[in-house]
Design a protein around this ligand. Structure first.
Ligand code: SIN
Length: 285
């Protein structure tokens, strides 16, 4: 890492895709003062996900950086780093087939108070593949027709973790040793389908294929066609950006403004990511 005097100053550059921004000129181990944290928090609300390169952080420094943005949510489903239980391990070994997060989702929508976001740090990346896609839930909402926006603004949706992380979840065996505590998968929660983002104040589409079950007061069968239409719409390329990792890269995303999707295209190679998740707040329409 270059010394502080030689580094360029903090600079936020929107990604060339439909979501996110790159943050240049910052060493997260040493440069996080109150002013910088304020600037980054606002940028996170505005862009949905912030990307950082070449962050040479120890686990303690990773925790200290994350704690500047809120209280850490200790993950109850993923395995944790043995020495630091505030860090969840997102690992795929060369002999494993399933990856964690391999489909469009946003984290923790099954919680009554969903987590704000996560700071994911790449520790080991495969020689090729293993990128993560992000999608923009502000533009997903804004690009709908006025009629559908009006309908969605009057709806709430039910979210759950049981079918994903519970004892009877499909494919649980594939994740043996990587997903803990099925008994913790008891949460259901109801949130507005369109939330007002707590930082930016912008409306954001808040349903996702992994954890949303149905619209409140509708059956699963009644909900499915509209949910599927929204999922296809939100995942359109113009709302997305594909982030290619290198060791020391960080993606810091806001769950209330984005989805993400970890590509599983690197069988036979190892990928290890350290994830710290931050507590959020109740969500309002
Ligand atoms: C996740 O969904 O938290 C994992 C993302 C990734 O490994 O890229």
């Amino acid at each position: 890492m270059a010394d502080t005097a030689a580094r360029q100053s903090l600079h936020i550059e929107p990604s060339p895709g439909g979501v996110g921004a790159f943050v240049h000129g910052i060493d997260l181990a040493h440069d996080l003062n109150g002013n910088t944290v304020g600037v980054l928090r606002q940028a996170l609300g505005d862009h949905g996900v912030l990307f950082f390169r070449d962050q040479d952080l120890t686990p303690d420094q990773h925790i200290a950086a994350a704690e500047q943005f809120g209280e850490i949510n200790v993950n109850r489903f993923f395995s944790r780093l043995q020495t630091h239980d505030k860090i969840a391990l997102v690992v795929k070994e060369p002999e494993q087939r399933g990856n964690i997060g391999g489909g469009w989702h946003t984290d923790h929508t099954y919680d009554q108070i969903p987590a704000m976001g996560s700071m994911l740090l790449a520790r080991e990346t495969p020689p090729r593949g293993g990128d993560t896609l992000f999608a923009n839930m502000y533009t997903a909402y804004e690009s709908l027709s006025d009629g559908l926006k009006e309908t969605l603004c009057g709806l709430r949706a039910v979210h759950s973790s049981r079918h994903r992380f519970g004892a009877s979840a499909q494919n649980r065996d594939q994740f043996k040793g990587r997903l803990g505590n099925a008994e913790a998968a008891t949460q259901d929660a109801v949130h507005p389908v369109v939330i007002r983002h707590p930082i930016s104040g912008r409306p954001s589409l808040y349903v996702n294929d992994a954890f949303t079950l149905r619209f409140e007061g509708w059956t699963d069968a009644e909900s499915a066609p509209l949910l599927q239409m929204l999922y296809a719409h939100a995942a359109k390329p113009e709302h997305t950006y594909r982030f290619a990792w290198a060791e020391g890269s960080i993606a810091f995303w806001d769950n209330r403004a984005t989805w993400h999707y970890a590509l599983n295209d690197y069988h036979g190679a190892r990928r290890e990511m350290h994830r710290i998740t931050l507590e959020g707040c109740a969500l309002e329409a």
